[in-house]
Design a protein around this ligand. Structure first.
Ligand code: FES
Length: 106
């Protein structure tokens, strides 16, 4: 299991635990944990409703691919640490990361 933290729209931080060996995406875990991630494109890097900001741990992640970078480029609220949760596999690289939900445009 890998443990990380999620900061919700109210600014509250919650611990999240996820299996590291099932090939799930961070988006799938956020949805399964009842966070308000619509994921209307189903994880194709097309809707950006899974937009998150890594306030800790970004440097441990694999690099974003072109599709992810192109979509993030279109977001008015994107920041340097923006990523799309659907493009990030759950794995040890997420251990102790802190992730702020940004998909609602905030
Ligand atoms: S779920 Fe649509 S961009 Fe991630």
């Amino acid at each position: 299991m890998v443990q990380f933290s999620v900061i919700d729209e109210q600014g509250m931080t919650h611990p999240v635990e996820a299996p590291a060996d099932m090939g799930l995406s961070l988006m799938e875990i956020l949805k399964a944990s009842d966070y308000p991630v619509l994921a209307t494109c189903g994880g194709m890097a097309l809707c950006a409703t899974c937009h998150v900001e890594f306030t800790e741990g970004l440097e441990r992640l694999p690099e974003a691919n072109d599709a992810e970078l192109d979509m993030i480029d279109t977001l008015p609220n994107a920041v340097n640490a923006s990523r799309l949760a659907c493009q990030i596999r759950i794995g040890e690289h997420l251990q102790n990361a802190v992730i702020r939900l940004r998909g609602d445009g905030n």
